[in-house]
Design a protein around this ligand. Structure first.
Ligand code: AHG
Ligand code: MN
Ligand code: MN
Length: 335
């Protein structure tokens, strides 16, 4: 099953067969997500040619200027997922309310949250962007899910993944049984298993943080970054390198490949809103993947997947990646 070269569809069907009572609905849902990612990869790739670059004339629920592609990729996700009968409802970064399944279609037993285009400020500068998703079970007996039904901790996720549209398009997936990476073979239109059982090295000498926010950080993060920057001349006895893509998908993919720590911590500029990244469709799915690959993910004070959600668009501080570095930052929060 985890042989390099296996198609993603064969991979998920075989994973399903390992659960004899499975109805195949999760497999169907994952296959719908795969289709939407292929469509989005195509649109992102051709955006300059077909006039999809630049800003739309709207803002999303969080007051952020929407890119044309933010709106279009949201529609692609909804249109691929709302009719196949696997979902009871959806929630998207780009839509304020819970998205209901149109009446003419059957409803399924899962809920999904997604960020249709992560890192969209990068779209016009040709840097990697992506799609992030998280699948939850719809509570038993609920026919018309509301926000309340989505308020499940990250530990309840059934499946999470992200697709990164970079030099190659890659889909990274977990159902709680490790992390596997698939590369889109455009010639045949299929994702192929190229990176089985991805693991994050426990140690790293690479950090990712938006340094322009330095003066707003809290003391534990100030201390950690200062020690990294001091390198061999400081207490860490080693030099660190820094990366910042402003695309969480690209940062997490890098960390899955060669380790690292990624932080979007709380700072005094964003304290009121609780953080920058969104719990339900950025932090939780990425935390599930990172933990499944042997890394850690924390707010600084709490494991992210144990944060009780209070809203679909809720934000949290995020510190994730190589185990030993995340543990160090968490210990600085304690002291
Ligand atoms: P989105 O494009 O979905 O709004 O997400 C962007 C996120 C994340 O991907 C990235 O790590 C961070 O915002 C970048 O923030 P700054 O521009 O503040 O660096
Ligand atoms: Mn995002
Ligand atoms: Mn987005």
């Amino acid at each position: 099953m985890s042989e390099i070269g296996t198609s993603i569809i064969q991979f998920i069907v075989e994973e399903q067969r390992a659960h004899p009572n499975s109805t195949g609905s999760l497999t169907g849902l994952m296959s719908d997500i795969v289709s939407s990612c292929k469509k989005i990869a195509h649109l992102v790739n051709r955006s300059g040619i077909i006039g999809l670059g630049g800003a739309a004339e709207s803002e999303n629920v969080q007051g952020e200027v929407q890119k044309k592609l933010d709106i279009i990729t949201n529609d692609v996700m909804v249109e691929h997922l709302n009719w196949t009968g696997h979902l009871a409802a959806m929630a998207s970064e780009e839509i304020e309310e819970v998205i209901q399944i149109p009446e003419q279609y059957p409803k399924g037993k899962y809920l999904i949250t997604f960020d249709p285009l992560d890192g969209s400020s990068n779209i016009d500068v040709n840097i990697s962007v992506g799609t992030i998703f998280s699948i939850l079970r719809c509570p038993e007996g609920v026919d018309n899910p509301t926000v309340e039904d989505f308020m499940q901790k990250g530990t309840e996720q059934v499946c999470a993944g992200f697709c990164v549209y970079g030099p190659t398009t890659m889909l990274i997936l977990t159902t709680g049984n490790g992390v596997n990476g698939f590369t889109l073979d455009r010639d045949v239109g299929e994702f192929i298993l190229t990176h089985p059982k991805m693991t994050i090295p426990e140690d790293t000498a690479e950090f990712a943080i938006n340094m322009s926010n330095q003066r707003f950080w809290e003391q534990p993060v100030q201390r950690y970054i200062e020690e990294c920057v001091q390198g061999v001349e400081g207490s860490r006895d080693k030099d660190f390198n820094m990366r910042w893509n402003a695309s969480m998908v690209a940062e997490v993919y890098r960390i899955l490949t060669r380790g690292g720590i990624f932080m979007y911590p709380i700072d005094s500029k964003i304290a009121k809103q609780g953080g920058k990244l969104r719990l339900m469709y950025e932090a939780n799915p990425m935390s599930f993947i990172v933990e499944q690959a042997g890394g850690l993910s924390s707010t600084g004070h709490q494991r992210i997947m144990e944060v009780q959600p209070t809203g679909v668009h809720q934000r949290v501080p995020v510190i994730l990646g190589s185990k030993n570095e995340v543990e160090r930052v968490v210990s600085y929060h304690k002291s």
